[in-house]
Each structure stands twice: as C-alpha cells, then as structure tokens.
Design a protein around this ligand. Structure first.
Ligand code: SF4
Length: 737
C-alpha cells in the first residue's frame, strides 16, 4: 500500500460517481462471502481495486477479516472467468461463444417454446443467496410477473429455509432478533450445531471480546474447534437434538427457571408445551443423546442461573430432518426463560450466505415482496399497487421448493431450468440423481462467473456474470444489517452484472415495460423501500446508498422518522419493536422485541413443538456409520467455486477429500492415518484420505462439504415444514480404500 492513497468516505466505484473517486484511493464495502457482513477497505489504483484490508471502523468486524475476505479479489482474477455467452451446438454438442443479442434471443425462444409446448409453469429457476438484494428482487419480479413462471427457489433453501419458517411460525415474521453486540453482552452462550470458530470466525472474535466471563455451551456431535473452546461440550448423538432440547426444557421447568411474568404477558401455548415436555425426563434425554447426566445437569444449571443467556444455531440445526421444530425448541427455551429482547440474549439463527436474509425478504420466491404471503389477496393487491402492475399478474399459488422442482424434472413437469450463481451439480443432496435428471432438461441455462462449475459444464447456455466487486447493490447480514457493495473492478470481457442480465432478458422477452422503473440497482433499492413500508422489515428511513455507506450499514427495521442509528445511550426505542443498545459504546447495533411485542396477530410469540421423528436412514449392519458433513476450514466456501481460485486459500486446506474417523474405528478397520478409506452409502461411494482423530465419536465419520463427491453419498430427506435438506445424517460403510 503506497502512502499517497487517500480515503474517500462514501466513494462509489467505477462508473458510478467517478468524479468523486481519486485514481489512488480507499473506499469501503461489505464482503460478499458469508453472512457476517464484514466491512472491507478497498484500495484502488488507477481507479481499480488492487487490494483489500478489513475496515477498523465498521461496526461488524472492527478491523478483522477471515482469510476469505482478505482474498476476495482473487476470485475475480481467475483465468477461467466467463467472458462471453456460450451456447451449446445442438449438432456437435460443443459450446461456442455467441453475442449477447444471440444469447438473449436463444434464451427467449427456447424457454417460450417450452412454455408453449408444456405450459407456462414448465420452466423454473434456482437462484442464490450470493446476489445483491436488488438483483434477487428483479429476478423474482421478472420471472413471476414478466415471464409467467411460478416455480423457483434459491440455494437459501439449503441453508436458511428452516430459520425462516421457524421464526415466521413462532414470531409471526422471519425476524432474527439479535445484534452482534449480543455475542459480547451475553453471560451464557449456547451454540447448537454451530462452529463459529471456522464457519463465522469474525463472530467468534466478537465472542472473544466478551468481558462477562461467559459460560460457553456447545451442543455438537463433533468436538469442533468451538467445542474445544467451550466451558461445556455436550457431544450429543447425531439428530438427537430435538429430544435433548425438550429434556432441557422439562428440567428447567422442574427447576422453576421459567420467567412466568414474561411467559404470561408475551407468549401463547406454554402450558401445553410444559405438559408435552413432561415426558422428556433427564434420563430419556441423556439416553437418546448419549450424554452423561452430570453434563446435562450442568447445562441446565448454567441456563437457569445466568442472567443473559443467548441461544445460537446454524446448519447443524437447519439441515436436519426435523429442523424447524428443533429451531423452535431453541426459541421455546429463550421464551420460557425470558431470554429475548434484552442485551446478550435471544434465539439467534446465524445465517450462512452473505445475502440469505435479502433472499428471505425480497427475492419474491417463497414469500411475496417484503415478507408478504402470495396466498393473501390483500398482500397481492398491495404489491400490485406499489409496483403499478395488474393484480392478476401475481399468482396466489405457492412456488415449488427446490426438491419439488427437482422432482418436477423427473416427472416431466419442469422442462427448462435457469440456474443463477449456484452449483447444484455439486451442492444438491443426492447429487447423482440431480445430475442424471439434468440430462432430461430440454434447456439448461447457467448464469455464473465461471463456465467451469460442475453445473455450468452441463449447460446449454452459459451467461457470463460479473462478480461481487464488479457491480453494486446491497446485502443483508445475519443481524439484519443492510450493507453496500460497490463496483470497484471492471468485469472481464463481456460479462454483465446479474442486474443487467435480468434487464436484458426482460427486454428480449418483451416485458421490459413492466420494469421501466428498475433502471439501476439504486433505483431498485428505492422500489424495495416502498415495498417495505409498514412491514416489520420497513427500511423507508434509509435515504439511499450514500446513507448506508456513511453508517457502515443499517439494521432493519429503520422506518421513516426513526432515530439516527448511530445515536448511543438512548433509552427510548426508535422503533416499536426495536431497541438501541444502551450499554455498548458503538451503539450502531439494535435488537428486536425489547417491548415483548411479536409480529403475530395477538402480538404473542408461540410455543410450537412436535414429537421427535426417526431419521430417514439409521445405521444398519451393512451401513453401520453415520456420515456428518459440514464446513472444513475458514478458507473454504461452499463448493469452492470462488475460494478454489486463490493460491493463498488453497494452501490453507487439504487439496484432497479427507474423512475424520475415530481412532477406535480406524484400528478395528485397519485404517491408517493418511491412508485411503472407501466410504460407501446406498447411493454411491468415494475414496478419501483417513484423518484419524477423536473429534468424532466411534460410529461417526465427518467429511467437509466442499469436496465435489460428498453429496454423491448424502440421503435426500427433508424437514416437512421448511423442505430444507438433511445434509447432516446418512448411513455409510467404511473400508480400507
Ligand atoms: Fe467475509 Fe464472512 Fe470472512 Fe467476514 S467472516 S471476511 S464476511 S467471509
């Protein structure tokens, strides 16, 4: 970094307001990998980003970044970037570069042809939590209101569908209540199926700043990096979590740890819940989870006696066969102990992707814009009026979920598929089935940075997209903070921003007039503000992108007339449901439900519960091991599509697939550390390097999800409420490879 670089507060990137941007300068934006939403300083030379450093003034990361953030530009510099549209020659089968007009014409002709032959709803899209909110919103509007489509989903189904449904049912709206200050203000943090040390390392850094000497309880089958650092690790048996959480609830009730005043004033259904969990004795819970009673009792003791208990969960809960009720079991614990709406408390789902929250609120896929319901005529009329489109354009029928779209390909109901910035051929559960079915599609379009992803290589048409840093827009992080992404690089070749591609498709389709107001991402942001008015996620108080930039992001809700979000030491809540921190120095952090008023019709949070159900594929004599999957290192992201482009990141994780196996199992099976192990499920087999380690218990094997063959093994079972896939449990057999 040269000394002559100057910081330009509020500066935007290339092509936005170049007059204000010095050739050598520093600007700021949020990271585009995970949901933490770290602020990064972007160092520019001749107006182009040349380096990144963490932003010490950003309220999220306070000057820290994980390896992915430091290396975020590497993904843009990869040699295999898509630079021109590619169309598969129907005779030779080879892909050939074509112009954008030709690509758009082919897109329209092939998809319209499918609709004419098989019906309007025979085309679908699968999108992503990695795009900007404005792009997701335009895509959802284009597909549903312009192209006449219905069935669409996103890879957020794979990470956050459970949290979305759990909050919506319990709180009346998909509203994660917390702020990152709660990591620092809690005196007991309970992590369930979460490994923030490597999956959300900056959040873990916030935990390390906690000065309250907190107890840290980790519920996880594996002795993860976070479990190693915990006060108490409960290594519960895989998918025994729901029984264990009901057992904890029962023990807390018996102990008199219920905050009856709060429960009576602000919740419904507690008495039925208390009756239900009475059967979940400590003995039953410990037997199901394989836990020692003293550890169970210690957990109860800590939750009962600490003042500020926070419950945090992520994929270990969300990706389960009964995940919604498991997430709600955590919500129930927070409600019954009065641990919500106060500093250091909450039932807090940590999001996965950088913009899964944007997808949940504004993608117009599962929910109508602004968290509305497609089934409600009043909601459809509101949106139609706000968008100035005919009300009948908005269909009341729900879209199929990801798994139903895949089933639709099998049945022939879905004939054309548009995959945007996700890599289903690698990441979808029971991968071989997806890839076999993809052959049945009459037309597969992939829109991505790279034509080399496993999915793009199967495509009939590849649309080259600009990446994070090559376009502008907003992302919403785990604590509901809306952050800004700027254009600080030119996209290579003819690659276009996703927003521009959607506008191009709209024009080619002949419905561009519907979207005349969606001129730019910032114009789209103003539309989203309008759509949010009066909703729990109201953001009408955010003026524009500059406002977001100046504040280091703003958490929703932030309605017109709300107080400036950086004012500290205010006792009055600036929003009906939302409080400023009063005891945190950088009070740019706000949490929900300080007033105990939820978003249900009666303003009460609901206790929701069901009996635990068996897993889809228990271990058997032929397949005696349970396969667990999860994140490998903080240097890897999902299918490694981007992180694999960085030479620095590649040095931080093993190049070849490895499997964690307990020493007792290794000895019994004749497996040696570093030797090959064959892992076989009912669907497929793979060979990995054996990592012999007591991080897993006997009878379990763990493989990081980033390696391309892992989902050949996984079993396609789904939570019935959220339809989220259960990636965390299937039966496998091991043998020397
Ligand atoms: Fe980016 Fe997440 Fe790493 Fe922060 S923790 S730098 S948001 S990948």
């Amino acid at each position: 970094m040269t000394a002559d670089l100057v910081r330009v507060p509020g500066a935007f990137g290339l092509g936005q307001v170049p007059a204000r941007l010095q050739p050598d300068a520093v600007t700021t934006m949020v990271c585009g990998y995970c949901s933490t939403g770290c602020g990064l300083k972007v160092h520019l030379r001749d107006g182009e980003a040349v380096n990144l450093t963490p932003d010490p003034e950003h309220p999220v990361n306070l000057g820290m970044a994980c390896p992915k953030g430091w290396e975020a530009l590497a993904a843009l510099e990869a040699a295999d970037r898509a630079t021109r549209p590619l169309l598969r020659n129907r005779v030779t089968g080879a892909v050939e570069p074509v112009s954008w007009p030709r690509a758009a014409a082919e897109f329209v002709a092939r998809f319209k042809g499918i609709q004419e032959r098989h019906g309007k709803h025979s085309i679908a899209f699968l999108s992503t939590g990695q795009m900007c909110t404005e792009e997701m919103a335009l895509l959802g509007a284009l597909f549903k209101f312009g192209m006449g489509g219905l069935h669409c989903d996103s890879n957020t189904r794979q990470c956050m569908a459970t949290a979305h449904v759990a909050y919506k049912q319990s709180f009346g709206f998909d509203a994660p209540p917390f702020t990152y200050a709660d990591f620092e203000e809690s005196d007991c943090l309970v992590f369930v199926g979460a490994n923030p040390c490597i999956a959300h390392p900056i959040m873990w850094q916030r935990v390390l700043r906690n000065r309250r000497q907190p107890a840290i309880i980790v519920l996880d089958p594996r002795r993860t990096e976070t479990a190693v650092n915990a006060t108490l690790h409960l290594p519960l048996a895989p998918k025994s979590d729901l029984t264990l959480l009901y057992g904890l609830a029962n023990a807390l009730i018996r102990r008199g740890a219920v905050k009856r005043d709060f429960v009576d004033a602000h919740t419904s259904g507690f008495d039925d819940f208390a009756k239900f969990v009475a059967e979940f004795t400590p003995e039953r819970a410990c037997a199901a989870a394989g836990l020692d009673r003293p550890d169970f009792d210690r957990c109860v003791e800590l939750i009962a006696t600490r003042e500020r208990v926070s419950f945090w969960w992520t994929m270990g809960v969300n990706q389960g066969h009964e995940s919604t009720r498991t997430a709600q079991a955590l919500i129930n614990l927070a409600l019954m102990t009065g641990n919500i709406g106060r500093p250091g408390t909450g039932a807090n789902s940590i999001t996965g992707q950088c913009n899964a929250m944007g997808s949940r609120l504004y993608a117009n896929v599962t929910s109508l814009f602004g968290g509305r319901d497609f089934a409600q005529a009043g909601h459809r009329e509101e949106v139609a009026a706000l968008l100035e489109i005919p009300a009948e354009t908005i269909l009341s029928a729900p879209s199929w979920a990801y798994d139903q779209i895949v089933d639709g390909i099998e049945s022939g109901a879905i004939r054309g598929l548009w995959v945007i910035a996700t890599n289903s051929s690698h990441s979808w559960i029971h991968q071989d089935r997806f890839n076999e079915l993809a052959k049945k599609l009459e037309f597969l379009v992939v829109q991505d940075l790279y034509p080399t992803t496993e999915t793009a290589q199967r495509a009939d048409l590849v649309l080259p997209a600009a990446g994070w840093g090559e376009k502008e827009g907003t992302l919403i992080n785990s604590e509901r903070r809306i952050g800004l992404v700027k254009k600080v690089r030119r996209a290579p070749g003819e690659a276009l921003s996703d927003f521009s591609i959607f506008r191009l498709i709209a024009e080619a389709w002949g419905c561009g007039g519907l979207f005349h107001e969606w001129r730019s991402p910032e114009a789209a942001f103003q539309i989203l503000k309008r759509l949010s008015a009066g909703r729990p996620c109201d953001i009408t108080g955010i003026r524009d992108y500059r406002h977001l930039d100046e504040e280091g992001g703003i958490q929703w809700p932030f309605a017109e007339g709300d107080q400036h979000s950086v004012i500290s030491n205010q006792s009055a809540a600036p929003n009906e449901h939302c409080s400023l921190n009063t005891d945190y120095s950088a009070a740019r952090e706000r949490r929900l439900f300080a007033d105990g008023q939820f978003f249900t019709p009666d303003r009460r949070a609901r206790f929701l519960f069901d009996s635990p159900r068996p897993v889809a594929e228990p271990p058997s004599s032929e397949f005696p091991f349970v396969l667990l999957t999860g994140r490998g290192t903080s240097a890897q992201w999902h299918t490694n599509t981007r992180t694999g482009k960085s030479a620095v990141l590649r040095k931080l994780y093993p190049a070849e697939c490895y499997a964690e196996i307990h020493p007792d199992d290794a000895t019994r099976l004749g497996l040696v550390p570093g030797g090959k192990v064959q892992i076989r499920s009912r669907r497929a087999e793979l060979v990995a390097n054996a990592f012999v380690t007591p991080t897993v218990r006997p009878g379990q094997v763990f493989i990081p999800m980033h390696y391309d063959a892992v989902n050949r093994l996984t079993c396609a079972s789904f939570d019935p409420h959220s339809r989220q896939p259960s990636y965390k449990h299937c039966a496998v057999a091991l043998a020397p490879g």
